[in-house]
Design a protein around this ligand. Structure first.
Ligand code: HEC
Length: 414
């Protein structure tokens, strides 16, 4: 299990000009970002999407609609935006909307990625089961196509209006606006994301390479950035940013992929990137959205990485709990993070904390939490032990670490 230094920023340390603050508001990892002019849109594991005013680094609108992680977000014109989630739904919002102006049905599969047509008329969503949905914003009709035989990992619209997709079946495909296949090529490795930059297709791969393709799929420059998987990507017509699973970020010239800067944005994965003309935004496991200068890759925000543990001691268990504290509080009834408060957890049945909205799957289960069952949860992993849980898959392989964690919880959660 990945128990890297996950942490949560709760305090803005230095007094900074308002225009340069990092954004602190999500209650768990942040999985999606988009930026346009003076607004930033983020989506997270806490099931929230937040529309931020970049001037003041303040939240303008916080939506809570999706059942599960908000996996992809995109800004549209006139303050409208779109969110998509683990629940397989697409939702369209007005700037100050409290409820979506349109939402698709609950899907059988989670949404992995979104793209918006250059004229804003279509929104495309790629799903874990390989399907692509194209929503016509004028008619609200949805076209569905089985685009890949495995997860769709990236989507982008070319200036012509054609759609390009990549998937876990190691293919790149180009589609007409009516989803007729125009071209298809095989890829050398697993693609993890796609953006369009100046009419060309930039794709990041699990082998650590960033490759550019022409709009017909011919391979243009490729750069091997790292031996770790690349997991996040953003581009404008002049810049490309890519991030690896270990939090390293590269800023590259979009024309030939020469490196402008490389830096470490986080101690753990960076799951999402967004670029405007001057700044790069990064987000990942620690719930803070950070901003960086494109000129010198300097940190523009002030969020100090701090562990927001409600209770801690010098034990090994407290150390392990750090990775849980991103999503769980130990204060009674504090359900602002992605998961429920675990105060007083031992001796209580699963999914019974008042004031937290559990997934239907968890409410169906019949488990009483004891040191033994919590230890088993992380021995076998949430996927096996609590199937259908929204808690991301994670395991603690070492039995003495599991023991240290439940002993810590026994002290701290009472
Ligand atoms: C990325 C966020 C995240 C992390 C990290 C995380 N959890 Fe969770 N956890 C959740 C969510 C979300 C739920 C509720 C799942 C649901 O409703 O399906 C949950 C549920 C639980 C439950 C069941 C609670 C109940 O009321 O029945 C326990 C116990 C738990 N987590 C323990 C832990 C421990 C211990 C760790 C660290 C080793 C941890 N979690 C790390 C998100 C997380």
């Amino acid at each position: 299990m990945r128990l890297a230094a996950l942490s949560l920023a709760t305090t803005l340390v230095a007094v900074l000009p308002l225009s340069a603050q990092d954004m602190v508001g999500h209650g768990g990892p942040v999985s999606a970002l988009d930026v346009e002019a003076d607004v930033l849109l983020s989506g997270g594991f806490d099931t929230r999407a937040i529309l931020w005013d970049l001037g003041g680094a303040t939240a303008r609108n916080i939506t809570r609609f999706h059942d599960g992680n908000v996996t992809a977000v995109a800004l549209l014109s006139e303050g409208q935006f779109v969110t998509a989630g683990q629940d397989g739904r697409l939702a369209l919002w007005d700037k100050d909307g409290r409820a979506p102006v349109f939402a698709s049905e609950v899907g059988v599969s989670a949404v992995a990625t979104l793209a918006v047509a250059p004229d804003g008329a279509f929104v495309a969503a790629g799903f874990w089961d390989g399907r692509v949905q194209v929503l016509d914003r004028a008619t609200l009709q949805i076209l569905v196509e089985q685009a890949h035989s495995d997860r769709v990992t990236g989507l982008g619209f070319l200036p012509s209006g054609d759609l390009v997709s990549v998937g876990g079946d190691l293919r790149l495909s180009r589609w007409s606006p009516k989803m007729k296949l125009q071209a298809r090529i095989d890829l050398p490795d697993l693609p993890n994301g796609l953006v369009i930059t100046k009419g060309r297709v930039a794709v990041i791969f699990a082998d650590g390479a960033l490759r550019l393709f022409s709009d017909m799929g011919a391979l243009l420059p490729e750069r091997f950035l790292t031996d770790r998987p690349l997991v996040a990507l953003a581009a404008t017509d002049t810049d490309v940013a890519a991030a690896a699973i270990d939090g390293t970020v590269w800023l590259l010239d979009a024309a030939d992929l020469t490196q402008r800067h490389m830096f470490s944005a986080a101690g753990g994965p960076v799951w999402a990137l967004a670029l405007d003309g001057e700044q790069l935004f990064t987000a990942g496991n620690d719930s803070v959205i950070r901003r960086w200068s494109l000129t010198d890759a300097a940190s523009l925000g002030g969020a100090e990485v701090q562990v927001a543990q409600d209770y801690t001691d010098d034990s090994r268990g407290a150390e392990i709990w750090q990775s849980c504290a991103v999503c769980h509080s130990l204060t009674p009834d504090d359900h602002m993070r992605a998961g429920p408060s675990l105060h007083g957890i031992f001796g209580t049945p699963i999914a019974t904390r008042a004031g937290y909205e559990y997934s239907p799957a968890l409410r169906e289960l019949d488990i009483v939490w004891t040191p033994r069952t919590v230890s088993e949860l992380f021995e076998f992993g949430p996927e096996a032990y609590t199937p259908g849980s929204r808690m991301p898959e994670q395991r603690i392989g070492d039995a003495s670490d599991r023991q240290a964690l439940v002993e810590f919880l026994d002290r701290a959660a009472q």
